[in-house]
Design a protein around this ligand. Structure first.
Ligand code: ATP
Ligand code: MG
Length: 443
């Protein structure tokens, strides 16, 4: 029995001239009545395979000739070094088995011409066929990059003794404001899908001190932008005995670690996506400057952007601000009126809160939101009341402060957003297998 290998094993050079077995899917097929050229795809790459009628025999040749794009096949053949073919190798087929046929009445719809007519994979047609679009090389590259980003986040926190911790997804109250809450019927009552893990992580902060998660968060985002999903993956951390600056340090190190990990693991994918690796190196190596909110507002006003002090920065403003940044920048000290109750007012000037957003360059904008939490009972009650938020759903949260509160803080990183920025995607939809937005929950 021949050992079954992957296409990338052939590229490593150790099978030159040998007979190997490959399994995969046909992504392209052409040829004549005597010779067929088949591009085979597996999870590791593509390779051109050649079948000659006088080598494989009539029966196999006819099967291969009839096989449509996305038919799954098993091949045995000789590895041939061939500079003319993509990747430098070719497989000369000796025998072949068709495993899974494609119905000729509904041939595979995602052909290269369907892709060419789409702009960056975003037409409704491609979204309707997302389950099949996942097989394209662009999507495969995105998903491999995504996997490396998740791995880097887990490693970052685990190497620093953070405990992975889980919060409920059905909740009774908002974290990020009522306007983006998803309401779900809950046995005759109303519940909501969680917008963030944070409040429940704060409850375990006095026990675990350093916590993190990567979990989905849900927000009923009505405005459709290139950076909003209704279900997104949220990497969050919470740490005891820490202030705004300590939390920012973790955010910066984590983002740099993610960039470095992509350079270690995914240069091939990034290059195929036409991503400039020098940019990723810069994000991995250079420090991220910190700037106060007030300074950002002044810069925007100088650029004639319509913004008033006290407004949160939405995508349209961050896009302009970050267009010329060469690395991510932290914006700190937002006005209290722009942020939810759990942000701690700055004791030096309580008009501001001790918070930060990390804004990615190239017009991408916010990838992290974080800061120091309001941690004394008196202060949290004052913040909840002045915001006009009912205390009821937050009684548990207030309790955390009643029993040995300590200074603490944390942040939330949008994992899909960082994937989108680092891979150079046009739209956040490109980096998640089945994107959810206000118009789409299928397939
Ligand atoms: P935005 O102003 O862009 O809506 P936000 O201020 O609501 O973001 P936070 O509540 O601070 O965001 O959430 C933390 C992080 O989660 C954000 O920095 C972002 O990376 C990510 N995030 C928030 N909302 C979404 C969303 N709808 N889709 C994808 N990622 C999101
Ligand atoms: Mg938001």
């Amino acid at each position: 029995m021949q050992k079954s290998i992957f296409i990338e094993d052939i590229r490593s050079g150790k099978y030159d001239g040998e007979v190997v077995d490959l399994k995969g899917w046909i992504t392209r097929t052409r040829g004549s009545n005597k010779i067929r050229f088949i591009v085979l795809r597996d999870s590791t790459g593509r390779i051109q395979c050649v079948a000659k009628r006088d080598v494989v025999g009539d029966a196999v040749f006819e099967n291969l000739k009839a096989a449509l794009i996305e038919t799954s096949i098993e091949l045995r053949g000789i590895v041939n070094v061939d500079d003319r073919s993509d990747g430098g190798y070719e497989l000369v087929i000796q025998s072949a088995n068709v495993i899974g046929e494609v119905n000729p009445e509904s041939p595979f719809p995602i052909t290269e011409s369907a892709m060419a007519n789409s702009d960056g994979g975003e037409t409704e047609f491609l979204l309707d066929h997302r389950h099949l679009y996942l097989r394209t090389s662009r999507m495969t590259q995105m998903l491999k990059i995504r996997s490396s980003v998740f791995g880097a986040i887990h490693r970052y926190f685990r190497e620093r003794d953070f405990t992975e911790y889980h919060a409920p997804n059905f909740v009774a109250g908002a974290v990020e404001g009522g306007s983006t809450l998803f309401e779900v019927p809950y046995f005759g009552r109303k519940a909501y899908l969680t917008q963030s893990w944070q409040l429940y992580a704060e409850a375990a902060m006095p026990a675990l001190e350093r916590l993190y998660t990567i979990a989905p968060s849900f927000r009923a985002e009505k405005s459709r932008t290139r950076r909003h999903l209704t279900e997104f993956w949220h990497a969050e951390m919470e740490i005891a005995w820490a202030g705004n600056s300590d939390v920012m340090e973790h955010g910066e190190k984590l983002v740099r670690t993610i960039a470095k990990t992509l350079l270690d693991e995914r240069t091939e994918e990034l290059t195929e996506l036409n991503r400039d690796l020098d940019l990723i190196s810069r994000y991995a190596d250079n420090p991220y400057p910190r700037m106060r909110y007030d300074e950002a507002v002044e810069i925007l006003q100088d650029m004639k952007v319509d913004i008033e002090w006290g407004q949160d920065l939405d995508y349209s403003k961050e896009k302009v601000l970050t267009q010329d940044f060469d690395v991510p920048h932290f914006l700190t000290h937002y006005p209290k009126i722009a942020k939810p109750f759990y942000h701690r007012p700055d004791p030096e000037d309580p008009k501001y809160v001790l918070c930060h957003d990390l804004l990615a360059p190239e017009g991408y904008g916010e990838i992290i939101g974080g800061g120091e939490r309001t941690w004394s009972e008196a202060e949290i009650l004052q913040r909840i009341d002045e915001e006009g938020t009912p205390r009821g759903p937050y009684e548990f949260y207030i309790d955390i402060r009643r029993y040995g509160g300590v200074p603490h803080g944390g942040f939330g990183l949008g994992v899909d957003r960082i994937c989108s920025w680092l891979s150079g995607a046009e739209h956040i939809r490109e980096v998640i297998p089945f994107p959810r937005d206000s118009r789409r929950v299928t397939p």
